[in-house]
Write a protein that binds this ligand. Structure first.
Ligand code: ZN
Length: 293
């Protein structure tokens, strides 16, 4: 079976109340980069953060984190677009072309969420939503703009799919020659009171896989935000998919609030128990058709 690509979603916008091991600063992310690569990861997804943990969407912040990651590891880099924290296509994506101008800072990946979804979180104890207006909106116009910009500047999309319609849209983007071969797709599962993605269950993953465009070159991975990814990861490992995990997505308090590297070690152990070897960053690059640095 093909080797397993492990991506680590190191921090998102997670605070440290439930898991103190969320890296925020470039130095903290660099320490995690070295540790997760040693454990078996090949891609690092990050959100630039200020020293107090608040979001930092400045070009300088992304550049500092990428420099730090590359000083400490050979990992492929996947910065966020800022999701709903930034309004407007150009403002959301501005740091990516600017980073791509400098080969030392050009990220291998940037996220392309192929659709829109509500992401308010429901609290069943309080019987209410914590917010009622968080829509993650990506119009088709925005998606075409982003896909073209990424292609122009040599950055691969991580095709993020929150539900079946996102996966179905891949067919059109392949058809318009706006997705690379292979495309790297992230199938998003959401537990807890987050209904934006599929439940982290066998049925949740199966529903995604049932509508993958047939005959198209796709390497798919699974995540769960929030929620424990391990049952879905086990299923993905057996079905030839890949795994994207991290304390940014879920604090894993049930596992004693581990570090990112500890999560990777658990995924590697699980993969080995199913007879699946783990890809090095170099091997993952070849599998995804990305030139060596
Ligand atoms: Zn993210």
């Amino acid at each position: 079976m093909k080797k397993l690509i492990i991506e680590v979603r190191v921090n998102e916008y997670a605070m440290r109340d439930e898991n103190p091991n969320v890296p925020w600063t470039p130095d903290e992310i660099a320490r995690d980069a070295a540790a997760i690569q040693a454990a078996g990861a090949s891609i690092l997804h990050f959100h630039a953060r200020k020293p107090d943990g608040s979001p930092d969407h400045a070009y300088k912040a992304y550049a500092a984190v990428i420099r730090a990651i590359r000083g400490a590891s050979d990992l492929m880099v996947h910065p966020t677009l800022g999701q709903i924290t930034i309004q407007g296509d150009e403002a959301r994506v501005a740091h990516i072309p600017r980073l791509a101008e400098d080969p030392r800072l050009r990220p291998e990946f940037a996220s392309l969420d192929l659709g829109s979804t509500n992401i308010d979180i429901y609290n069943p104890e309080a019987k209410r939503f914590l917010t009622t207006n968080k829509a993650y909106v990506n119009t088709t116009e925005t998606l075409i703009y982003l896909a073209k910009r990424f292609k122009e500047v040599g950055v691969r999309p991580v095709v993020v799919c929150w539900s079946v319609p996102f996966v179905r849209a891949m067919e059109a983007f392949f058809d318009m020659d706006l997705l690379p071969s292979p495309a790297y797709a992230l199938l998003v599962h959401t537990g807890g009171g987050q209904f934006g993605g599929h439940p982290p269950t066998p049925a949740g993953l199966r529903a995604f896989l049932d509508v993958l465009p047939p005959g198209r070159p796709i390497e798919w991975s699974v995540s769960s935000k929030p929620g424990n990814l391990f049952p879905t990861a086990a299923q993905a490992i057996q079905l030839g998919g890949h795994v994207a995990i991290g304390v940014g997505d879920n604090p894993y308090t049930e596992l004693g609030a581990p570090t990112n590297a500890e999560l990777v070690r658990r995924v590697v152990e699980m993969a080995e128990s199913y007879g699946r070897e783990v890809a090095t960053p170099g091997e993952a690059r070849r599998m995804l058709g990305i030139a060596p640095r």
